[in-house]
Design a protein around this ligand. Structure first.
Ligand code: PBG
Length: 323
């Protein structure tokens, strides 16, 4: 045998030297759920270890994450039913607790990178990402609302706007309103390849935002398709996206790979709620080594080509990598 690949694995020094992919806390974006209460820390049953935070308590939570080296956060609002409507007007209301919370967070921690979520579903009585009329999700009528929501978020200090709605043309609509109002420095991370996935279940529990009727298959992508992810990405880059996201991550590593090969903007992966729940549940049953599984899972997303990873494991990973 002239080639014995095991020679390059014979010591940890050699293994480290030939290591191709690196993962560190700086790659991670930590999602946080915010409620309209000041004091709140309510557990999400289907996501053990993840909480809905009050606007005051979240400041302490962010501070403890910063101490662990986490610098990137994405916020999601848990909107009370009485503030929801068909067109989600509360999403850009000046009294919106989510926008106020972002202002407080950026005032207290100006150096962190804070990302938003843009879609109607947290604010919608229909639980859909766009306006619903006679069972149809209206595309062009939804765009101005998404644009207004994005502007309100930029005005509240969000560094990156994160449209997760999958309406056609939304990146252009958002880029235009931001630029017209001099928010040329506010970035857009497009949920470009967002699939109609069963893995969002626990997130919808957290927000109480599941569709009241029908499913999201007329706007989120068919899990069978890969070329469509390239089409969505071409459009998003043309329309002004600074990052392209693939969501979910684990069952879509091939999509992350092809987008990373095909585009020059950074690719991010969303390691979603259901993926978190699977690993957490197995670990809580003693069936998997949690820290090792998380590290391997996140590394696989990096190896596939993701720069940044949105993951509910971020804090656990940061704690484990300190020890
Ligand atoms: C809503 C949105 C969803 C997620 C992020 N933004 C749910 C959905 O599209 O139904 C899911 C995130 C997760 O599962 O962790 N636009």
């Amino acid at each position: 045998m002239y080639q014995r690949p095991r020679r390059n694995r014979k010591s940890s020094a050699i293994r480290n030297m030939v290591e191709e992919t690196h993962l560190s806390v700086s790659h991670l974006i930590y999602p946080l759920f915010i409620t309209h209460n000041k004091k709140d820390k309510s557990p999400i049953i289907s996501m053990p270890g993840i909480y809905r935070w009050g606007t005051e308590e979240v400041l302490q939570e962010i501070e403890s994450c910063i101490e662990l080296g986490i610098e990137n956060f994405v916020l999601f609002p848990v909107v009370p039913e009485e503030m929801k409507s068909k067109r989600g007007e509360y999403s850009y209301d000046e009294n919106n607790f989510y926008l106020k919370s972002a202002q407080q967070i950026k005032a207290r921690f100006p150096h962190i990178n804070l990302m938003s979520d843009v879609a109607l579903d947290p604010y919608s009585t229909d639980g859909h990402d766009g306006i619903v009329e006679n069972g149809v999700i209206l595309n062009d009528e939804t765009l101005p609302i998404l644009a207004q929501m994005s502007l309100a978020q930029a005005q509240s200090g969000f560094d990156i706007i994160g449209p997760s709605d999958m309406m056609d043309g939304r990146i252009a609509a958002i880029r235009e309103i931001l630029d017209d109002n001099n928010y040329t420095n506010t970035s857009i991370m497009a949920y470009s390849a967002k699939y109609a996935s069963a893995f969002y279940g626990p997130f919808r529990d957290a927000l109480d935002s599941a569709p009241k009727s029908g499913d999201k298959k007329t706007y989120q992508m068919n899990p069978a398709n890969k070329k469509e992810a390239i089409l969505e990405s071409i459009l998003d880059v043309e329309e002004g996206a600074d990052f392209l996201m693939v969501k979910p991550a684990l069952s879509y590593l091939d999509v992350i790979h092809v987008l990373n090969e095909s585009f020059t903007v950074p690719i991010t992966a969303y390691n979603v709620s259901g993926e978190y729940a699977m690993v957490k549940a197995a670990a809580l049953n003693g069936w998997l080594d949690y820290d090792a599984t998380v590290a391997e899972t996140l590394l696989s997303m990096r190896r596939a080509g993701a720069n940044g990873i949105l993951t509910y494991h971020a804090k656990d990973y940061a704690i484990a990598s300190k020890n």
